[in-house]
Each structure stands twice: as structure tokens, then as C-alpha cells.
Design a protein around this ligand. Structure first.
Ligand SMILES: Nc1ncnc2c1ncn2[C@@H]1O[C@H](COP(=O)(O)OP(=O)(O)OP(=O)(O)O)[C@@H](O)[C@H]1O
Length: 344
């Protein structure tokens, strides 16, 4: 067992009746690593988090924390695992002040140690001014920080966070996420954060773990998953592309909008699909290899989403333009950045 591994899941499985919520999952997570666990609703993210916390047991496999087995051949109770949990709804005790919410998790510690731990975390999280307040008097962002302080106060080896920012409004969300993750990084805490938001997953983790139907389908950096998705599913999860049908010829896939490099897969002369991301299409009044007709424009401020009809394509292409097209443009020229086209 390597010293730098905080968590090991070995062939972990968990079913509820006929539903296999988690199927034979294996992964090692290093100490201090921040993992974004992402996937569509029902893919098993929360079940996996609950297994690590010990509030759910496994049917098969083994779970090791810091090299010690906590489920599999034996079972270690949640409170003995050194795992902190931040819930989506924060789950603060409504009848306790902020200070007592934070001290609650420190009952196993001596009074002096509890106070020192609590003071340290209160200062780091920056909630000294909230200590006498009760949860219902706090804003969403303040409650999130209190929940984080409560999870961190017992100095857990791992912090598990289940959709920790989803109750915050969009404006606050990015800021609280950046502050929280940089604090956790500075403490060298191992973090597993569940999210269903692809952008949040890409921006927040050292590694992103993409799940589907109880299985891990890809693990890697945000760049790996976005730029080098291992499957059409992974590609679509992070960005919905235009799917263009084509025919395999030699090392290329021929399509009505150009020929693109293929990476194995279908047989010669067989059908294939290329995925063209909306951002890979550049639009100009007069420059580009392909003629397109503007069908729809939706202005979003920084970008404009444009639907483009192209001869030979049944479905219009969806493009995202950074540069503004002249008003009233009907016929335009487009180019496709072939190095950004994915083929499956
Ligand atoms: N206690 C349970 N009893 C029965 N089925 C369960 C139980 N817990 C989870 N499941 C099922 O297991 C599957 C995975 O659920 P889980 O909550 O882990 O998914 P999730 O990815 O966290 O979803 P969401 O993003 O919607 O929270 C789902 O089909 C769910 O209905």
C-alpha cells in the first residue's frame, strides 16, 4: 500500500433490489487530490459517496481509507473513519448556534482540543462574525461556509461534498467554489466533490471522474475529458456537438462539410459519425470553405448562438460565434477547425 493514497476502492459494488447503483468500481485517490465526481442523475454518485462515508455498505469489493480496510472484510463505523461530509442542503442543526454546530462534530475531542480546532477552522473559513448566529439567519453562502467549517473541524483525512454549491445562486457560486477549493487545497485535504454540472466538474477537480449507470466511464484531467473524450457519451456530456454522418474512406471520414481524420473504429466504406462542437465552427461574411445560410441567431452577450443550414446536411449546424456577424447576414462562409473534430 503506497503511503500517498488516501482512498482505494477495489471492485466495489452495491445494488438495491434489481438496481445496480454501483457496479465493480475501482479507483485510487491520492492524498490532497481534489476529485470531481460527475454524471447524470441516478448514475450512482451519491451512493458511492455514502459508501466511502460508511452510511451505506457494499455488497462486493473492498474500501480502504489511508491503507486500512473500512468495508469489505470488516466494517468501520462512519464516525471512526475520519471522513467529513458537506451535504447539498448543508444539514446544519437549526437549534444550535454556528459555534455549537461546529463544536458538535468535536465531541470525541477534549474540550481544549475542540476549541483549538474550532478556532483554527473558524478563522480559516472566515466566519468569526457569525458565531452567535443561528442557521436560519444566514445567507446560503454563509451556511455553506459554516457547513464546511463543521466538516473540517475534526481534521478529517477526506472531505466528501455532495453538490455543495448547487443551492447558491449563479453569481455567488463561482466565487464560493473558488474560495472553498483553494482553502481545501491549502490544507492539503483530499476532496471528493459530487456535481452534475459539467462546467463545475471541469473547473474544480485535479481529476474528473465521469460515471454512467453505476460505472466509471473515464478518469482524467478536465483537459483530458474535454479534449480527448474516450467515447461519444463522454464527448456529449461536456459539450453537445453537431453529429454529422459520414463514410470511412482510407484514414478519413468523408462528410458533406469536409473530410476528417478517423481514429480506427468502423470498417472501410462503413458509416461513421463525426462530432463537431459549436465552438469549432468559425463564421465570416466572406471567408471560409463552406457556404451556409443563417436560419436563427440567439444573442447571449459575449457569444451568439447561430443555426446554419448547409447543403447536404439534413439538420442545421449549431455554431457559437465570438465575433459578431453583420446584422441581417443571410448567406455566410464557414470553416471547421478539423483538429477539434472528434470521430467515434
Ligand atoms: N436506498 C435506496 N433504495 C433503492 N434504490 C436506491 C437507493 N439509493 C439509491 N438508489 C438507486 O440507485 C441509483 C443511483 O442513485 P444515486 O442517488 O447514487 O445516484 P446519483 O448519481 O447520486 O443521482 P442524483 O444526481 O440524482 O442525486 C438510482 O437508480 C437510485 O434510484
Amino acid at each position: 500500500m503506497k503511503q500517498d493514497i488516501a482512498l482505494q476502492l477495489i471492485n466495489v459494488g452495491r445494488s438495491f433490489g434489481a438496481t445496480a447503483a454501483v457496479k465493480v468500481i475501482s479507483i485510487d485517490i491520492a492524498k490532497g487530490e481534489v476529485i470531481s465526481l460527475v454524471g447524470h442523475s441516478g448514475c450512482g454518485k451519491s451512493t458511492l459517496l455514502r459508501i466511502i462515508a460508511g452510511v451505506e455498505t457494499i455488497d462486493s469489493g473492498r474500501v480502504l481509507l489511508d491503507g486500512h480496510e473500512v468495508d469489505g472484510g470488516c466494517f468501520v463505523e462512519p464516525e471512526m473513519r475520519g471522513v467529513g461530509f458537506v451535504f447539498q442542503d448543508y444539514a446544519l442543526f437549526p437549534h444550535l448556534s454556528v459555534r455549537d454546530n461546529i463544536l458538535f462534530g468535536l465531541k470525541r475531542h477534549s474540550r481544549a482540543e475542540a476549541l483549538t480546532n474550532a478556532e483554527d477552522v473558524i478563522r480559516r473559513v472566515g466566519i468569526e462574525h457569525l458565531l452567535e448566529r443561528f442557521p436560519h439567519t444566514l445567507s446560503g453562502g454563509e451556511q455553506q461556509r459554516v457547513a464546511l467549517a463543521r466538516a473540517l473541524a475534526p481534521r478529517p483525512g477526506i472531505v466528501l461534498m455532495d453538490e455543495p454549491f448547487s443551492n447558491l445562486d449563479q453569481g455567488l457560486r463561482g466565487q464560493v467554489r473558488t474560495e472553498t477549493l483553494s482553502l481545501l487545497k491549502s490544507l492539503n485535504t483530499t476532496v471528493i466533490m459530487v456535481t452534475h454540472d459539467p462546467q463545475e466538474a471541469l473547473s474544480a477537480g485535479d481529476r474528473v471522474v465521469l460515471m454512467r449507470s453505476g460505472e466509471i466511464v473515464q478518469v482524467g484531467s478536465g483537459y483530458d475529458l474535454y479534449d480527448r473524450p474516450a467515447s461519444a457519451y463522454a464527448a456529449d456530456f461536456f459539450c453537445v456537438s453537431n453529429k454529422i454522418p459520414g463514410i470511412c474512406k482510407g484514414d478519413r471520414i468523408e462528410t458533406p462539410v469536409g473530410n476528417f481524420l478517423r481514429n480506427g473504429g468502423a470498417t472501410e466504406g462503413g458509416a461513421a459519425t463525426v462530432h463537431i462542437r459549436p465552438q469549432a465552427i468559425s463564421i465570416s461574411p466572406d471567408r471560409g470553405e463552406i457556404t451556409a445560410h443563417v436560419r436563427e441567431r440567439v444573442f447571449h452577450g459575449e457569444t451568439e448562438h447561430i443555426l446554419l443550414a448547409v447543403d447536404g446536411l439534413e439538420t442545421p449546424l449549431r455554431a457559437v460565434a465570438l465575433d459578431r456577424l453583420p446584422e441581417g447576414s443571410e448567406v455566410v462562409r464557414i470553416s471547421i477547425a478539423s483538429e477539434r473534430v472528434l470521430a467515434f
